[in-house]
Write a protein that binds this ligand. Structure first.
Ligand SMILES: Cc1cc2nc3c(=O)[nH]c(=O)nc-3n(C[C@H](O)[C@H](O)[C@H](O)COP(=O)(O)OP(=O)(O)OC[C@H]3O[C@@H](n4cnc5c(N)ncnc54)[C@H](O)[C@@H]3O)c2cc1C
Length: 291
């Protein structure tokens, strides 16, 4: 039977971790309890986040949105939140079942750092920063630097994710995922597209096609240069040929593996198709919807 510590503030949480360095953090438990039940881990000490109110909820800070680490997928689906971070809400909608969405959290998705974690491609595409707190104080890390390998993050052992900070939506966003069935499914491949029409920025993130969620800088820059941002109607226009090229660049940037869920070749193909489609959906142009 593990000791369970229930801090109520971030300071208490950090102190609890410092006092028990081998303690495991427990948020929604949807990953952790799978590991415990399977016998992969048997924590002697658990620090639970459930009572730390400061870690929960979504707030606006200037032109950024701050999502507390203990915010659940269900919380992200609230219409006012979904309007601020549509791709994150779209990703949340694809996670597990209603029960998993009610318990699972953004901080837990980061903590697990699975290449298939649904929020993670959105975070890298959006240029999000991850806020952490630890024994030496608080710091912010670009999401692109947090994921360093399969289920490995750059966080120090004493650190806790406190929040995710990302720009409020300022243009089209999309999250697309393929899996082996329609529901309750881990991504075989996924794509996040986050556009800022004011800054004329495009961000492309890929999931399940490498050891970490991938940001694709060359495709992102290519799309930003190919979009006719001054087109009169809507956010802009994209030439279908450019959308196709964008998809090819996404596929080329991926580094998938063959495993029990899919083949590397299918994954590479899928991210190419999804990236091109996401860009065409974001910047429609006549006749561009033919696959
Ligand atoms: C049936 C089922 C279906 C699922 N479907 C999906 C899916 O479709 N897509 C998907 O992405 N995931 C899916 N998952 C995995 C899981 O729900 C998510 O990864 C979820 O975000 C984990 O969050 P949690 O709060 O439950 O984390 P927990 O299980 O509590 O913790 C997970 C890990 O993160 C660490 N951690 C938790 N909070 C923090 C924090 N604030 N700072 C640092 N580390 C922290 C924990 O110590 C642990 O190592 C599924 C799981 C199940 C059981």
């Amino acid at each position: 039977m593990a000791d369970v510590v229930l801090p109520t503030t971030v300071d208490e949480l950090v102190a609890a971790r410092a006092a028990a360095p081998d303690a495991l953090l427990l948020a929604g438990g949807t990953d952790l309890m799978v590991a415990v039940n399977a016998g992969w881990t048997a924590p002697r000490s658990v620090v639970a986040l459930r009572r730390v109110d400061a870690l929960r909820g979504v707030r606006v800070d200037g032109d950024e949105v701050v999502v507390g680490a203990a915010t659940t997928y269900r919380d992200l689906l609230a219409p006012d939140v979904a309007a601020l971070v549509p791709a994150l809400a779209q990703a949340a909608r694809t996670v597990g079942s209603p029960q998993i969405r009610a318990a699972g959290t953004v901080g837990g998705n980061i903590g697990t750092a699975s290449p298939a974690g649904d929020t993670l491609p959105v975070l890298v595409a959006a240029g999000a920063t991850i806020e952490v707190a630890g024994a030496d104080g608080a710091r912010s890390l670009p999401a692109t630097e947090v994921f360093v390998g399969v289920k490995r993050t750059a966080l120090r052992p004493d650190e806790v994710v406190t929040a995710v900070r990302l720009p409020a939506a300022a243009g089209p966003q999309a999250y697309k995922k393929v899996g082996v069935r329609n529901a309750m499914v881990i991504a075989v491949a996924s794509v996040a597209l986050v556009v800022d029409t004011g800054r004329r920025r495009v961000g492309l993130g890929l999931g399940s096609v490498g050891p970490v969620p991938l940001f694709v800088p060359d495709a992102s820059a290519f799309a930003a240069g190919a979009i006719d941002w001054d087109a009169a109607a809507g956010p802009g226009l994209i030439d279908p040929g450019a959308a196709r090229r964008f998809g090819e660049m996404a596929a080329a940037a991926s580094a998938p593996i063959d495993d029990h869920r899919s083949t590397a070749a299918y994954r590479r193909h899928a991210v190419g198709v999804m990236a091109a489609r996401a860009l065409r959906d974001a910047f429609p142009t006549a006749g561009s919807h033919a696959a």
